[in-house]
Design a protein around this ligand. Structure first.
Ligand code: EPZ
Length: 417
């Protein structure tokens, strides 16, 4: 298995460009199942989760052409299968996003139940309850969710917990339903708002997206999609923190500063200089950082997907920082690895207390999930000496060409096959 080797201590300098958003492309790929024709999607990041979703669509009978630049053409006119096998779903939880579109299009879906993952149990009960409210029959058999529905009927659905893919799944299920559906306590993440815009462009009737109440008037059919994925806000946040933790000066291109306002505020609070323009952000730090307190929340709160990276930054900040993780119940897997680098972190339930130290030391490290592995890369870039990170397949799931982009900024980073 590949490893990444990093010689730390180099302040990052220069420009880097952000790729398309992983958590936006996955539901958009799934929603091509709602159309019957040639869908064109550009700005597609070449990350492993995209390959997994493409293989899933091909299993259902879609024809996916080779990449042309960063564009994909997906012909869904021949979709006729509704079974999503365990071997694919178990590698990517977001596979559950095909349930709504398959049920809406074919009236049936048999999708392996995604198991738990490193960051929490992550049930999909709210997705399934929503499909039942729209008239589907849902059964669990031998680890597979079997769904059947003649035709979805509009309904009012209240989410007990804000769920991003739950909102996306029900929105996709409701666009071809009879009548109107109202989704309350919906997710307001940019990935959900973007999905609604893409569906509306294809002929859907969705309003209220971006607020916590989304209304969907069912239509009889959608036109094939033609869209461009917006830049990844979590990749953006990761490179902003990379510049800050190495005491660097980095200009980040092709990004949307609006999407990372909570991080911009926190970085300025701890002493990092940030200049924002329409689609670029410049991050400059002299490496002297102050401590801070953050709490992860659904959008527009501080994103849980940047919690691990921000913790890495606070390990070398002056004073004591407090990080509360409120979205997932087990998202401190990176703590033990950061401690191996000398970090001083204590954990009590969902709260981590970080006492800043002078500097981290390089060490052999183990990645456990996508964002935890990103935080280890950032810590290793700041550390004295060499770090070797194993299980980097986690990184490949959601970061396009991370070593190449970091080397471009002067990092001493290489992949060992
Ligand atoms: C999405 O996951 C993202 N994944 C995650 O990013 C992100 O961390 C998460 O939203 C929160 O922002 C994709 O978009 C593909 P949730 P999702 O449903 O939709 C509970 C990354 O690193 N819940 O919003 O699966 C759940 O257990 C990934 O890119 C239920 O209890 O997250 C969690 O505690 C990691 N029942 C909370 O809600 C349900 O049916 C929020 O989860 C659904 C969710």
């Amino acid at each position: 298995m590949d490893k990444i080797v990093i010689e730390g201590g180099v302040p990052l300098q220069g420009q880097v460009e952000i790729s398309g958003a992983k958590n936006a492309i996955l539901p958009v790929l799934a929603c091509t199942l709602l159309t019957s024709g040639k869908n064109k999607i550009c700005g597609v990041p070449r990350v492993r989760d995209v390959n997994t979703m493409i293989r899933l669509l091909e299993k259902f009978g879609a024809v996916v052409d080779e990449f042309k630049d960063d564009c994909l053409v997906i012909d869904t006119s021949g979709v006729n299968n509704f079974r999503a096998p365990y071997d694919l779903v178990s590698t990517m939880r977001a596979s559950c996003l095909v349930m709504g579109p398959l049920l809406a299009r074919l009236g049936q879906s048999v999708v392996s139940l995604p198991g738990g993952c490193a960051i929490g149990a992550r049930p999909i009960d709210l997705h399934l309850k929503g499909f039942e409210a729209l008239g589907a029959t849902i059964d669990l058999e031998k680890g597979y969710v079997h769904g059947v529905v003649k035709k979805f009927r509009g309904a009012s659905i209240y989410f007990d917990t804000v769920t991003v893919t739950g909102t996306a799944n029900l929105m996709m299920a409701a666009v071809l339903a009879e009548g109107e559906t109202v989704l309350e306590n919906s997710a307001r993440e940019p990935e959900v708002t973007f999905l609604a815009d893409v569906l509306n462009q294809a002929g859907a009737k969705i309003t209220g997206h971006g607020t916590d109440v989304i209304r969907i008037k069912g239509v009889s059919a959608l036109n094939p999609l033609d869209c461009k994925i917006f830049p990844d806000r979590i990749e953006l946040g990761t490179y902003m923190i990379a510049a800050a933790i190495t005491g660097g000066d980095v200009e980040i291109l092709n990004c949307n500063p609006q999407h990372v306002q909570p991080l911009v505020r926190k970085l300025r609070q701890v002493g990092v200089q940030i200049e924002t323009e329409q689609e670029n952000i410049r991050v400059k730090s002299n490496g002297c950082l102050r401590s801070a307190e953050i709490q992860t929340l659904p959008y527009p709160g501080f994103p849980t997907d940047l919690q691990a990276q921000f913790m890495a930054l606070m390990t070398v900040a002056k004073g004591q920082s407090i990080i509360r993780e409120t979205v997932f119940e087990n998202r401190f897997m990176h703590v033990a690895e950061l401690r191996r680098m000398g970090a001083d972190i204590s954990v009590d339930g969902h709260t981590a207390i970080i006492s800043g130290i002078e500097g981290l030391s390089g060490a052999p490290l183990m990645a456990t999930d996508l964002r935890a592995s990103a935080s280890l890369v950032l810590a290793a870039l700041a550390a004295k000496g060499e770090s070797v990170i194993s299980r980097v397949y986690h990184i490949d799931r959601g970061y396009e060409m991370m070593e190449k982009k970091m080397s471009q900024l002067g990092a001493k980073i290489r992949r060992v096959k």
